[in-house]
Design a protein around this ligand. Sequence first.
Ligand SMILES: Nc1ncnc2c1ncn2[C@@H]1O[C@H](COP(=O)(O)O)[C@@H](O)[C@H]1OP(=O)(O)O
Ligand SMILES: [Mg+2]
Ligand SMILES: [Mg+2]
Ligand SMILES: [Mg+2]
Length: 395
Amino acid sequence: MSINFVSIIAKPKITTTTNLFLVSSPLLFLSNKTKTKPSILTAFSSMSYDKELSAAKKAASLAARLCQKVQKAILQSDVQSKSDKSPVTVADYGSQALVSYVLQRELPSELFSLVAEEDSEDLRKDGAQETLERITKLVNDILASDGSYSDSTLSTDDVVKAIDCGKSEGGSRGRHWVLDPIDGTKGFLRGDQYAIALALLDEGTVVLGVLACPNLPLTSIAGGSQHSLPGEVGCLFFSVVGGGTYVHSLDSSSAVKVQVSSIDNPEEASFFESYEAAHSMHDLSSSIAKKLGVKAPPVRIDSQAKYGALSRGDGVIYLRFPHKGYREKIWDHAAGYIVVAEAGGVVTDAAGNPLDFSKGRYLDLDTGIIVTNQKLMPSLLKAVRESIEEKVSSL
Ligand SMILES: Nc1ncnc2c1ncn2[C@@H]1O[C@H](COP(=O)(O)O)[C@@H](O)[C@H]1OP(=O)(O)O
Ligand SMILES: [Mg+2]
Ligand SMILES: [Mg+2]
Ligand SMILES: [Mg+2]
């Protein structure tokens, strides 16, 4: 994992080590509870982003509440068609508006830059007024249900503006929030897995991530059981650079620290991949798994919930090989990346290079994304290389 230690140490907010122990940090408290001793460097980096972490958790939790409400009531009329034909729902826009608004309210003194998936172009078109009013009502209802910001009700204009804050280009300078308001829209529409994925980039490095997975069971989905009894679903994973990864239920704040699986025998390993064959080449994954000696069938689930599940050891490998021509966006991986990295996992492209989130809205990478623990990575990379070579020579 690449950590920009220089930039962390250089943060002007923390100038002496004494400060570290005077200010109470929820992450340090959690670490004590789980009997881990953060190094001074770890504590520096965790403390630097305390305010941002609590704002991000609040924003993602409220967005998850909005998405759950829409998913329950989902109707055909909620689905619009974007020019790329991907389904966009009232919930995508509502979630983006809510996260953008909450971050700005919670962090009023910080410059706000947001790189996010959606924009309001379709909402500004003739005939979209009713949809925009529905989104605005949803956002206001969720804020009211939380009792937050009772001083203000958002207008349709406020909602459009909040959505369009997401047009930032990101990059290697300064801080940028990175948001996928609903990752795994297809899963969301099917009633399956989806995630609200929010991360913070600081000088091009992912330093914080929050992954809300409203349909992910609190217990392991190892073996492929994504569905569990009502009341037992809804996870919020969060990580700050150097501070580890934690998860709690969307309904409570009692967090536990998570670690990736330590399995080093591929025969005992299981792997995740996209539910949608259009998103990832399933034939390539199965060739890699076979070469590696993996016996279990793939666990196919939607969205960055795969990163969350892997971070707590439900599976050991995640393979993602989009079809030719598809360009990965930073919001589809930033939060998941840090959640796995801080839980001890490794995320690289198919050639073993680290992911670079500093290049703007897209990730430039070689062929695909692979994720596993430190022990399995060398043999996984070898299997990936051989399988890709075989595929290329068979074309
Ligand atoms: N053709 C495609 N190939 C790969 N990924 C895609 C494609 N179309 C959309 N996606 C994005 O892939 C992610 C979900 O993939 P999966 O669930 O298979 O892991 C989502 O981020 C989804 O966007 P979206 O956020 O709009 O759902
Ligand atoms: Mg996405
Ligand atoms: Mg999305
Ligand atoms: Mg989309």
